[in-house]
Design a protein around this ligand. Structure first.
Ligand code: NDP
Length: 296
């Protein structure tokens, strides 16, 4: 079997075209464009590149994006105060705020993320938004988790009654995705196993998966013998490795051997990554609409 390729880039393009229309409509009605502020701390090349692609995608659909650069030496209190000040938004211009992760080790990321006002938290990391998601009444869904669910729904992959195995339990990917897939309705109603570094016999779980999602950060951890024939495999991982004397990006899934076993497989790059960005834009438009409605 050669797995069907789940092309996140193509789907993100379709989502962007639809968003452009909805952003234009918002602009016509409100007289303003949605606005996203991205806070970038330090000079980490990967973070700078993610921020650049998020800002470029925002501009493509008509969302204004501002990048606020902060030196890596910033202290937690000062960064939290800056984020809170952006959030207070005395000029009434800001709809969404994103703090690009990871933050430097000396900064308390939780304190900084908690400073984002929940109604501008387009990454969905604030405890209020995490709580709403856990109760099945989401406001902003963390973008990568939302992107994985959108990919499954768009590809017509049934989740209801299926066993979804997620490897990785982070607050930004694995945990919210478990809530989404176990939630009620389209793209949900799955039976979910959430695996992590203490899972005994990981392969015994992954081999049972109808839908296997790897969100670990370990290059090619998921090998072909860990995959049930015909399963859907979503690779969230983004790992930079050196191979044959050059740097390249690989996922958490050993792509080619797994493609020979799986029924469907998302590539890295070009899989979940572009959908994460598309979901951020969706959340930003939603934040703008909610703010406009609250002001009316
Ligand atoms: P974290 O480091 O926060 O979490 C990793 C998770 O994997 C943890 O739950 C950890 O377990 C688990 N884990 C680590 N090693 C193993 C192992 N050998 N077996 C089983 N579980 C293991 O990572 P993130 O969730 O932030 O990111 C995961 C990956 O996804 C990374 O490669 C990241 O770059 C990528 N990513 C991609 C995005 C995209 O847009 N495509 C967006 C966000 C992330 P424990 O909890 O026990 O430590």
């Amino acid at each position: 079997m050669t797995a069907r390729r789940l092309d996140g880039r193509e789907l993100a393009g379709r989502i962007e075209r639809d968003l452009s229309d909805r952003v234009s409509h918002f602009h016509e009605k409100s007289g303003r464009r949605p606005r996203l502020v991205v806070v970038l701390v330090g000079e980490v090349a990967a973070s700078a590149s993610y921020v650049k692609s998020k800002a470029a995608a925002a501009e493509r659909v008509g969302i204004d994006a501002e990048v606020v650069r902060v030196p890596a030496s910033v202290q937690t209190d000062d960064l939290a105060a800056l984020v809170a000040a952006i959030g207070r938004d005395e000029q009434g211009l800001v709809d969404g705020i994103l703090v690009q992760l990871p933050l430097p080790d000396h900064v308390d990321a939780v304190a900084v993320l908690d400073a984002v006002p929940p109604d501008k938290d387009v990454d969905g990391f604030h405890p209020e938004n995490a709580g709403l998601l856990s109760q099945g009444r989401p406001r902003f869904i963390p973008c990568t988790a939302a992107g994985v669910q959108r990919m499954l729904v768009d590809a017509g992959i049934e989740t209801r009654g299926r066993h979804a195995v997620i490897v990785g339990r982070s607050d930004i990917v694995g945990k919210p995705l478990a809530l989404l897939l176990a939630g009620r309705g389209p793209g949900g109603d799955a039976t979910v196993s959430l695996c992590h570094s203490h899972t005994a016999d990981l392969a015994a779980f992954t081999r049972q998966a109808d839908i296997l999602i790897a969100a670990v950060g370990q290059p090619r951890l998921i090998t072909a013998d860990m995959v049930k024939p015909g399963a859907t495999v979503i690779d969230v991982g983004i790992n930079r490795i050196e191979e044959a004397g050059r740097g390249r990006l690989v996922g958490d899934v050993d792509h080619d051997p797994v493609a020979a076993v799986a029924g469907a497989l998302s590539p890295v790059p070009g899989g979940v990554g572009p959908l994460t960005v598309a979901m951020l834009l969706e959340n930003t438009l939603q934040a703008a609409r909610d703010r406009q409605a609250a002001a009316a």
